[in-house]
Design a protein around this ligand. Structure first.
Ligand code: 0A1
Ligand code: ZN
Length: 882
């Protein structure tokens, strides 16, 4: 446990390393409790660096031997603390350092460094895990060529893997042990190192790259799970092909490996040539995984694969540049999914996620820039802002330059920085160089200023002058440490929709509007469009071209018109959301005031029109039928939030849809039933999504027929998507069928932890007062374990993040429960504990009583002894007055 004074690391303090490490030879002898790591490091002074003592990073390390250029170092000539190895005098020339450390993988509950997932030995080194294996210059701008020899008991670990290509293997004579030697020719930072040892089954395939090289593909899973690998393998091959066609990027080693492990802090990790995955993002079969799981596997497999170029070949100079690899790689995986599935549906889904996670983060105490300037614990910056907003920033560059120049800029980036540890400035400079546009210095504010810009638009049509004017104001709210903001470059995709539903030609301020993009750069700006013969309806921020909060006063009639006619499918969806949000907000207020609730016939008509439009994709219809999430509504309200009122208003709207459109929903439900075996493709999945949202909306009427329908679907489903969807619907209604289905589900899947996670998560999200006791009981259920992050996320994470009414119980018991779990977990796995603590990030926006309850619990956690740096950092920032 690290209990030292909280350090702050600042971007402004970046200095190149004094020493470089060119080669690393690792010899790892695996043993359950005492694995020996012998590291031979070829170290040299960095050109221009000052000769200095050598200080290597460590974390919880035990040194057992140390030699310099072959000679053991005298005891007084170095200090080996658990967190650092200091050698006061080293030669000012290249030298070799041999370090032996002993680590205990079985006792490693943090799951950082060398640890055991079940019986499998594996590693996780991003961000600062390598220093838990050996002393090292554990920073991404120190890049070395690694050769790794792994030795283990043959029976315990018949499979031995590391980065790169296999160069030797064999038995260790006269023992029960064997070894493998792997060599990775590409210099890489330590965070991309990986090794695996275990009894694993391998599914093999091959891929021929665009230049005709044959690459072996291997996915390793627990023996017996091989039949759940085909979709991951297929996704990998499609991702490899896509990166060749979309970005000209070819794979570079002879083999690409993925290992699925059962205990992992995050989704997956892009170690060079040896990706390690949370098994949730590898394993799928029709009867074990839902459509959402399949889509997640496809996206995460692609994401990690794409890192091979954006992350591995070109890495980050320091951890402040995290978005350089993460934002860009999310952008790439979102584009991949858009091409593989449906561009319109992907965009809406990505924006929904951005709004419910990133916008919420940006509006609260944990708000930070896409490129932070200070951190106390880097693990706390793998955030929605770095990942999702980071992707939006790359997307804006493409919107501003157009696809052809964007591709040129990317090509230049790959050519110019291959093999380097780069910065955000260097990335952006590539686009400035190919485009010669001059907005980039101002554009950098997207990386440095936190907060979601507020864009207010006043539209005005002058029938006599035939002009249409937009008066645009941008403001960026204050965020922690950033009280004052400068104006941003905001690309707004824009159209004027004429009475016949077609876009009118656009000439803005005397010039034809290029690609329909308005560039807002000043706090106040006016755009005048000439020759507009009829009153149009403006469609602004099409495709969500800028991650901003837009206020544009449109009449409900205009919104319904856009919902029906906008050429931009995102804004068709958005128009319905805007109508729904305004109804929900006024009904939340009415509920709190005890006033009668409003209904909105116009919204109902718009929903009916979408439901009945056979030209629309089923997945798009499903997205339109789903009202804004509770998190969205709370964020729109901004303050004094009563989660019970938010929930009630939303439930009321869903019930109104179920009642008003009952016949059409029932008819659509039947029409969307697809005969034949389950197929995971996007069209089939879209039909199931629509079918299941119909099932769910119908059940909001609470009629016996609708509950029986859901129970029948639960029982007869031949795939996990339909079974889970039915169970989810039943979970919302306290009827005997719910208990029956939950019991049946456990009986069926008790032996399969990934499926039982769904059962845990679903029960934790039931919006009823009894849920807290149910969740408490489930923490004692044999299927639950505090040692496995997937179990914790399923039960506790779902309660804290997906159950707004019960986590935010007015009596504070939800907060107290989550805080107790965080405190119990913190000594074992601070990373996962800190993530759970993130559930408190919107506490200041709550109504007074809950705010006081949350604050008391936050203060209790803050005062707890021996908090990890991870949890301490989150709690301190959550409580800070900004
Ligand atoms: N680079 C990974 C995310 C990741 C970060 C930290 C980890 O440590 C436990 C693991 C994974 C990605 O973006 O997929
Ligand atoms: Zn990533």
């Amino acid at each position: 446990m690290r209990t030292e004074e909280p350090r702050s690391v600042r971007l402004a303090d970046y200095r190149p390393p004094d020493w470089l490490i060119e080669r690393v030879d690792l010899d790892v002898s695996l043993h359950p409790t005492a694995s020996t790591v012998r590291a031979t490091l070829k170290i040299k002074p960095n050109a221009g660096g000052t000769p200095a003592p050598l200080v290597l990073d460590g974390d919880d390390l035990k040194l057992s031997a140390l030699a310099l250029d072959g000679k053991p170092l005298a005891a007084g000539s170095y200090v080996a603390a658990p967190d650092r190895l200091t050698i006061a005098q080293v030669p000012n020339r290249p030298f070799t350092l041999e370090i032996e450390t002993i680590v205990d993988p079985t006792a490693n509950t943090q799951l950082m460094g060398l640890y055991r997932a079940g019986a499998t030995y594996c590693t996780q080194c991003e961000a600062e895990g390598f220093r838990r294996i050996t002393y090292f210059l554990d920073r991404p701008d120190v890049m070395a060529v690694y050769t790794t020899r792994i030795e283990a008991d043959k029976a315990e670990a018949p499979v031995l893997l590391s980065n790169g290509n296999l160069v030797a293997s064999g038995d260790v004579p006269d023992t029960s042990r064997h070894f493998a030697v792997w060599h990775d020719p590409f210099p890489k930072p330590s965070y991309l190192f990986a090794l695996v040892g275990g009894n694993l089954a391998c599914v093999e395939d091959a891929f021929t790259t665009m230049s005709g090289r044959k690459v072996k593909l291997a996915i390793y899973v627990e023996p017996g799970k091989e039949d759940r690998v085909p979709y991951a393998m297929d996704s990998l091959k499609r991702a490899m092909r896509w990166d060749e066609t979309a970005f000209g990027r070819e794979y570079d080693l002879d083999i690409f490996m993925i290992v699925a492990v059962s205990a992992f802090n995050m989704g997956a990790m892009e170690n060079k040539g040896l990706n390690i995955f949370n098994d949730k993002y590898v394993l799928a079969s029709p009867t074990t995984a839902t459509d959402t799981d399949y889509a997640g596997i496809e996206a995460v497999i692609a994401h990690e694969y794409f890192h091979n170029w954006t992350g591995d070949r070109i890495t980050c100079r320091d951890w402040f540049q995290l978005c350089l690899k993460e934002g860009l790689t999310v952008f790439r995986d979102q584009e991949f999914t858009a091409d593989q599935r449906s561009r319109a549906v992907e965009r809406i889904s990505d924006v929904r996620s951005l709004r419910s996670h990133q916008f919420v983060e940006d509006a609260g105490p944990l708000a930070h820039p896409v490129r932070p300037e200070v951190y106390r614990e880097i693990n706390n910056f793998y955030t929605s802002t770095v990942y999702e907003k980071g992707s939006e920033v790359v997307r804006m560059i493409r919107t501003l330059l157009g696809p052809a120049l964007f591709r040129q800029g990317m090509d230049l980036y790959f050519a110019r920085h291959d093999g380097q540890a780069a910065t955000v400035e260097q990335f952006v400079q590539c686009f400035a160089d190919v485009s010669r546009r001059d907005f980039f210095p101002q554009f950098m504010r997207w990386y440095s200023q936190a907060g979601t810009p507020d864009v207010k638009i006043a539209p005005h049509y002058d029938a006599r002058a035939k002009t249409f004017t937009l008066d645009i104001t941008q403001t960026i709210p204050a965020t922690p440490g950033q009280p004052d903001k400068e104006p941003m470059v905001i690309p707004l995709m824009f159209g004027l929709v004429g009475a016949n539903g077609a876009d009118l030609p656009l000439v803005a301020n005397g010039r034809p509007l290029e690609r329909g993009v308005i560039e807002v750069t000043r706090p106040h700006q006016r755009f005048v469009f000439a020759d507009i013969a009829e009153r149009p309806v403006p469609s602004v921020n099409r495709g969500f071209s800028a991650p901003v909060k837009l206020s544009l006063p449109l009449e409900p009639d205009d919104l319904r018109f856009l919902a029906a006619h906008d050429a931009d499918s995102f804004n068709r969806w958005q128009a319905v959301q805007t109508l729904a949000m305004s109804l929900l907000k006024s009904n939340v207020a009415a509920l709190r005031a005890g006033a009668p609730l409003r209904e909105d016939d116009g919204l109902m008509a718009a929903l009916g029109a979408v439901l009945g439009d056979a030209t629309l994709e089923p997945a798009f219809i499903a997205l339109t039928l789903a009202p804004p999430s509770e998190a969205d509504i709370a964020r729109e309200l901004g303050g004094d939030v009563d989660p019970d009122a938010v929930f009630a208003a939303r439930r009321r709207l869903r019930a109104a849809i179920g009642t008003r459109h009952g016949a059409a929903l029932a008819e659509t439900y039947r029409r969307m039933i697809t005969p034949g075996p389950y197929r995971p493709d996007a069209q089939s999945a879209g039909r199931r999504t629509l079918k299941n949202i119909c099932l769910d909306l119908l059940a909001t009427t609470e009629t016996s027929e609708s509950i029986v329908r859901a129970f029948a679907q639960y029982q007869s489903a031949d795939n996990m998507t339909d079974r889970m969807a039915a169970l989810d619907t039943l979970a919302q209604h306290d009827r005997p069928e719910r208990a029956a289905a939950l019991a049946d589900f456990y009986q069926r899947y008790a032996g399969d932890p990934l499926i039982i996670d769904k059962w845990l998560a679903l029960q934790a999200a039931i919006p009823e007062p009894a849920t807290l006791d149910r969740v408490r009981d489930l923490t004692r259920h044999p299927a639950f374990s505090m040692a496995n992050p997937n179990r914790i996320r399923a039960l506790i994470g779902s309660f804290a993040q997906a159950n707004h009414t019960q986590f935010n119980r007015a009596d504070g018991a939800g907060y107290a429960f989550v805080a107790d779990v965080v405190l119990a977990l913190d000594p074992k796995n601070p990373q996962v504990a800190a993530r759970l603590m993130g559930a408190f990030r919107s506490w200041r926006a709550l109504e007074a009583k809950r705010r006081a309850q949350a604050e008391a619990v936050l203060r209790r956690v803050a005062a707890a002894p021996a908090l990890s740096r991870d949890v301490h950092d989150i709690v301190a920032r959550t409580l800070a007055e900004s």
